[in-house]
Design a binder for this molecule. Structure first.
Ligand SMILES: Nc1ncnc2c1ncn2[C@@H]1O[C@H](COP(=O)(O)OP(=O)(O)OP(=O)(O)O)[C@@H](O)[C@H]1O
Ligand SMILES: [Mg+2]
Length: 346
């Protein structure tokens, strides 16, 4: 029997995760030479799922997502490892090839939508421009798609509002416009970097609902970056916790909340304020995420960890799968088993 290689390849890519990062590292050039800020990230997003990335400021969330968008400038940064989007390797593509991938395969929305919109053009024309850049359609057809997309993201009276300028929209409405721009060419992967952090809580809830609707309607997978574990609990199927440039725990959301395995994850969960018990003292993790030039050689959390021992200073700590659980979980802690046995975690 003759094997059709194209069929074989397409069958393989269909079963591949929408995003698959393997050993992704990012270095920036500084006055003192190259400095690593993201260090060996392994992360996968199965088709149709929402995967969260959480971690304190400076842990490397944005740099990781910019790498997946091919948006890091090659003059000042170096990306190594593998980033496959819908089966296609992005590391090593030219800027031109990456520009083609953006919008059609992968899109991104950011924390500050107003900064990403051009104040000099109507919102409709900014969406239509994206359509015309990727698809060979005329102005009228591109405008019609822009209006339909504004309608899909919940902008009332879209045909008229498409002529409005960004300053005529509220922050929440601008984020809807950004979502329209990101989704208009139907990408397979949407990266949302703190998309609701700048919005007040009621608008945030509407935006989260909208993103879930969009995920269903457009069959898109989402990488959801946030520092808010409450948002993760509402939105995500699984979650990766980042610390000092590494993933230190990954698990389905329910498992992570019920039985965190890494002391840092436990610390993050303990730090969520309880609005029903206002007398309870707030628990903060002492210290701060170390800057990349101060990363410890072994466990990067050890200096802040209440459970660290001599074994934590041994050498590089790998991210290891937890064999005993039914779901796919991994943790980067040599004491994880001991902590479970001692009843400190789980
Ligand atoms: N262009 C750059 N040159 C040098 N270092 C950089 C550059 N961009 C980011 N960094 C450093 O990389 C590290 C990770 O930054 P990143 O913006 O990814 O953090 P983050 O997890 O997104 O934080 P936040 O929650 O504040 O958004 C930080 O130490 C930051 O200072
Ligand atoms: Mg960030």
């Amino acid at each position: 029997m003759r094997i059709n290689v194209d069929q074989l390849m397409s069958a393989r890519t269909e079963t591949e995760p929408v995003l698959h990062m393997k050993g992704l590292s990012v270095d920036f050039i500084t006055d003192n030479g190259w400095m690593r800020v993201v260090d060996g990230i392994d992360l996968s997003i199965p088709t149709g799922s929402i995967v969260g990335v959480v971690g304190e400021s400076g842990s490397g969330k944005t740099v990781t997502s910019l790498a997946a968008m091919g948006l890091l400038p090659s003059s000042t940064s170096r990306v190594s490892g593998s980033i496959r989007v819908a089966g296609r390797e992005l590391v090593g593509l030219t800027d031109r090839e990456l520009a083609d991938v953006r919008g059609t395969e992968v899109s991104m929305i950011f924390q500050e939508p107003r900064r990403s919109l051009d104040p000099a053009f109507s919102v409709g024309s900014q969406i239509a421009e994206v359509v015309r850049r990727h698809d060979r359609v005329g102005r009228t057809a591109a405008w019609a798609r822009a209006v339909a997309m504004l309608d899909a993201v919940g902008i009332d009276n879209a045909a008229t509002r498409a002529h409005a300028y960004p300053h005529e929209f509220s922050g929440g409405m601008c984020q809807r416009v950004m979502l329209a721009i990101a989704m208009v060419c139907k990408p397979k992967l949407l990266i949302a970097d703190e998309p609701t952090t700048a919005l007040d809580v009621t608008v945030q809830a509407q935006m989260l609902d909208l993103m879930r609707e969009v995920q269903q309607q457009f069959d898109v997978s989402i990488l959801f970056i946030t520092h808010d574990l409450g948002v993760v609990a509402q939105m995500c199927d699984s979650v990766n916790v980042m610390y000092a440039g590494q993933v230190i725990e990954s698990a389905p959301v329910r498992d992570l909340f019920l039985s965190p395995q890494h002391p840092y994850t436990q610390g993050l969960l303990d730090a969520i304020p309880d609005h029903r018990d206002r007398s309870a003292p707030l628990k903060a993790i002492p210290g701060a995420v170390p800057a990349p030039w101060d990363w410890p050689q072994s466990c990067r959390f050890a200096p802040r960890c209440p459970h660290s021992g001599p074994e934590c200073e041994a050498e590089t700590i790998p991210l290891e799968e937890i064999a005993s659980t039914e779901s796919v979980r991994a943790v980067r802690c040599v004491r994880a088993n001991d902590l479970v046995l001692e009843g400190i975690t789980e």
